[in-house]
Design a protein around this ligand. Structure first.
Ligand code: PMM
Length: 296
């Protein structure tokens, strides 16, 4: 299978797809508190679709470094009305959750992707829900909850280690009944990773495409971009909302290395960027001199 093969229940986009983010949380690092009201969250998600998002990822629990968990009831209360509204609005919806109960309820409402940053490790019931529903299932590289992940960022060869650990987790969820054709893999940028680890992982996306599973890359507005673009005088990191051009640059690099999709908060620049990348890729090997316009 190549990265352009369709996942169950999803269209074939023929280029790197764009997953827009709606965090229905008070505390996410870049859009926390903006979309807590379900009506506003749905309107924002549909705006992302109008901007060119192929899918919308709805999350009700922040995974920022150090974040504490919310209760399942609270997560359900935040996420479900937004999933419902976006499905009714015609969006392809993904649910960003580590809880089987939330994933199942969202898929019942029409979500087609379960985006579990723990790849099924946080909730032992998750793989069974993915298997039972047949939804696309994102297995992200994850070593532990956000309140302790900073202490888990130890690697020998980060690309080899992360690929191997994700492969092992894919085996675990397949043993629990998930079909391999449902699975998307993700290196989990920023999750038990330093900035240097993130850059190495971005340089090594082709190691992932060799796994034969679609790869999702989520660099949007993350801290390592803010550090790269820190004020040269004060050293102050570039604020999250000013990291979108850098995010679009990562989207091009990910697309050119065969990523299946990129997950971003600001969609329009990345939607343009992946189209540019696809046009250039489509022109590779095409004759460069057009008949009738031969020089001299
Ligand atoms: N990162 C965040 C949330 N969800 N999902 C996947 N698959 N991969 C990621 O790297 C990922 C994710 C954290 O970012 P946010 O707070 O901006 O949503």
């Amino acid at each position: 299978m190549t990265t352009t093969d369709p996942l169950p229940g999803l269209p074939r986009w023929g280029r790197c797809a764009v997953m827009g983010v709606v965090n229905v949380t008070p505390d996410s690092f870049s859009d926390g508190g903006l979309w807590l009201d379900p009506g506003r969250a749905v309107a924002h998600g549909l705006e992302l679709v109008a901007d060119g998002a192929d899918m919308v990822d709805v999350g009700g629990e922040s995974t920022r470094p150090g974040a504490e968990r919310v209760t399942c009831e609270e997560e359900l209360r935040r996420v479900l009305p937004v999933v419902r509204g976006l499905v009714e609005g015609g969006a392809v919806v993904s649910v960003d959750t580590m809880r089987a109960e939330v994933a199942e309820a969202a898929v019942d409402l029409g979500a087609r992707i379960i985006n579990d940053v723990s790849g099924g490790r946080a909730d032992p019931a998750m793989a069974k829900v993915a298997a039972r529903t047949g939804a696309a299932f994102v297995v992200m590289h994850w070593r532990g909850q956000s309140d302790r992940m900073a202490g888990l960022a130890e690697y020998g060869d980060v690309v080899a280690d992360v690929v191997r650990e994700v492969e092992q987790q894919v085996d675990v969820v397949v043993s629990a009944g998930v079909d391999l054709s449902q699975i998307v893999v993700d290196p989990g940028l920023g999750f038990a990773k330093t900035g240097a680890h993130n850059w190495s992982l971005l340089a090594g996306i082709d190691a992932w495409t060799r796994l034969g599973r679609p790869v999702l890359i989520a660099a949007s507005r993350k801290r390592f971009l803010g550090s790269l673009l820190a004020d040269p005088v004060t050293g102050t990191p570039r604020p999250p909302l000013d990291r979108d051009p850098a995010t679009a640059a990562v989207s091009v690099l990910a697309a050119s290395q065969g990523a299946w999709a990129v997950r971003v908060h600001e969609v329009s620049s990345t939607a343009d960027a992946v189209r540019v990348e696809a046009a250039v890729r489509g022109a590779v090997g095409r004759p460069t001199v057009t008949e009738g316009h031969r020089p001299g």
